[in-house]
Every structure is written in C-alpha cells, then in structure tokens.
Design a protein around this ligand. Sequence first.
Ligand code: UD1
Length: 426
Amino acid sequence: MDKLLIEGGARLNGTICASGAKNAALPILCSALLSAEPLRLTNLPQLQDVRTTQRLLRELGAEVEADAETGTATITAATLTTHTAPYELVKTMRASILVLGPLLARSGEARVSLPGGCAIGARPVDIHLEGLRAMGAEVIVEGGFIHARASRLKGTRFFMDTVTVTGTENLMMAATLAEGTTVLENAAREPEIADLAACLNAMGARISGAGTATITVEGVDALHGADHRVLPDRIEIGTFLVAGAMTRGQVTVRGAGSGLLDAVLRKLEQAGATVMVDDDAISLDMAGRRPQAVDVHTAPFPGFPTDMQAQFMAMNCIAEGVGTVVETVFENRFMHALELQRLGADIRVEGNTAIVRGREQLQGAPVMATDLRASAGLVLAGLVADRHTLVDRIYHLDRGYERLEEKFRDLGAHVQRVTRAPQEAA
Ligand code: UD1
C-alpha cells in the first residue's frame, strides 16, 4: 500500500495550477444520466473518486470515453441497462448516492445501495429520500438498498431540515425532468451546486437560484447534450495556501477563480499572510513569518468549510498562540487530532471543539490517514515537522488530490511516494 514520505523543513515557494473540483465533477458526471445525448466535460481532475463514478456510470449502461491526460470525458447515456447501483461501488464512495435522483428521473426507477456510515460520522441520506417522496416517488429501504419508483416525478415545494450538499444536488437533478416546478428551500449554497446547475442549464434544464438558499427548477420533458468545464477545486487551492502559510513561504495558485474561498482567505490573513486575489490566481506570502493561531468554526458555505478544518488544525499546531477549532457539520471529524498528537502537537478535544496550543516545532513520526481531508492535515504537519513523517493509507488522499506529491515538489517540498517504509521513518 502506498505511503507518503515527507522530509519536513522546506519553505514552499512557487506556482502551481489548480485542478478541477472533485465535488463538482462527481455530481456533474452523474447528471449525464439525465440525457440520452453526450455530455462533454473538461477540467476533470484525475482522481480515484472520478474513476469510480465513471465505472458506476458504465455499470448503469452509459458509454464513457475518458482521457486522463487532458482531463476530458464524454458520457453518453443513450440507454440505461440497469437501474441498480451495486454495494461494491457505493461502499467505496459515498457520493455514489448522487446517481439516485438522475436515475429515478430518467428511468422511473432506481435501486441504490445505502452508503452506510463512514469515518467522519453517520452521514444519513434521509433528506434525499424525503425530498424524492415529496416529489411523488415511492421510496423504500430494504435489504441495504434504497428502492425508489415514480412514473414521473412531480414538482413541489420542499424545505430541507438540514443543509445538505449532495442532498440539494440529488433533488435539483431529479427536479429537472419533473412535471411542474420544484422549489428547494434551505438549499446548500456551495459553488459546486451553482456549477452543477450551470451544466444542467446548458443541457436545457431551467434552474434559477442555485448558489442561494432557494432554488427553483421548472421541469422539462428531456435534456440534451452539452459541453461544460468543471470549476476549480477550492479545497485543493486552500490546502496549498495553508501549506505556504505553515512553511512561512510564498505560494501562488493559478486558475483559482475568485469568490470561491473567501472565508478561508480571511483566516489566512488573520494568521498573518498577505493574500492577493486576481481573476486567475491567488497568491499568499508569509514573508518568513510564523503564522498566528486562528479560531475556526465550520459551517455550510459561505461559512468556513469543514473540508478545510484538518488543514487549519495542522496550522494551529505550529502557530503562535492558542487556536480553537469548532466542527459543526460532522459529528466525528477530529480523528486527525490523535495523529497530530503523535507528531507532538498540543491539542485538547472537548466534544466538537479542539483547543490547539501552537508549538515551535513538531517531530516527524509515522502517522495514519483516516479520511481524505484528515490526511491532508497530516501531510501539512509533516512539511513542518523535523526529520521524516510517513503518512500511511494515502489512498484517502488519492481520492481527492490530483498529483499531490508532484505539486508539492513543484513548490520545493520534499515529498515522495513509497511502497515500503525506509528504516529511519519506521
Ligand atoms: C459534501 C461534500 C463533502 C463535504 C460536505 C460538507 C461532496 C461529494 N461531498 O458531502 O466533501 O465535507 O458536503 O460540506 O460534495 N445530513 C443529514 N441527512 C441527510 C444528508 C445530510 O442529516 O439526508 C447531515 C450529515 O450527516 C452532515 C450534514 O448533514 O452532518 C452535512 O452533510 P452533507 O452536506 O450532506 O455532506 P455530503 O453532501 O455528504
């Protein structure tokens, strides 16, 4: 199993390009199921989760021509051969639930394995199911599968009790082919939802308000083919900027877009960074200064993203002062705290709050990745720890970061992928 070996101490300096957003790519790939005509995508990140989604679409009968080199794919779901998303695929990627809405809307029936729990909490899908029921579907959960049926979904007004990203996406996709108008209230406002809506509208859907808490979808009879470019990955961008801040360096991310990560940039400025944003790039400069500890409180967009929480906890571990990290989105997302303690971090966890007292120096050690963003936090800590840090189970990282170690190396970090632990890090 691959591991990442990091030799800490290098100050990051340089420019990298942002990849396409995983969390936009996955729902957009699934939206291809809504049309019999080809959906042509560019700026697709080459990630395990993207490959898993493409496999799932093929399994359902879609033709997928993907070119990993150029980050393009054409998906044609001319006919669907099955309406079942099997457990073997869904268990490897919770986002597989995103085929539920499109499958049901397109073929009148969907059987999708229940995703089950995951390392960062229970993550139920009750709101996805309630929303589909409100649109007239018959939905039962049996034998570990969600089984939904509706000859044609009907537009409705639906208030979501909890702000859910994939829930909003599933219902928005389903509503495109419903009879009449659907209004989704208390919808998630993440930029990836607006990107999905842009793609669906290019396919002939009639969606307004995506990116706000109220989304209106006027159902149409069919969607057609389209071309769409996936938006940049704000979590990847944020991760590299935090790496720049932690190493007291200077990092520019090109192709970053603006307005995608304001809450994160504000926190980096509070930490002492000079941040410059223009149309195409975000630059961060620490001018050799040690970061100041910052308080972080995760919340749905436009609040501070839970997917950046582990990275900021890592920064607080070596910052000047004490920083408090409050996780409000997921109930069990502090597993990286224990691993950071193995590197010498001073972290006290009380419920959903972690109090982090910055240390001058962390010490390299073998650590274990537990989920995608937790792994990113460990890699960042490794960049500033002395000697070597060996991060195990990096298949989590490969699910969400494209060419991670290459990009870090481009910035001057000493990071390499290994299959066996060298003596000094074992
Ligand atoms: C998406 C992102 C993930 C990010 C998360 C929060 C994708 C593919 N993944 O995950 O990277 O960390 O948003 O920004 O886009 N909930 C319910 N009932 C439901 C659905 C959700 O109670 O039916 C709860 C969850 O348990 C969680 C909260 O709502 O506590 C937010 O979860 P949600 O926004 O659904 O996360 P995902 O869409 O799974």
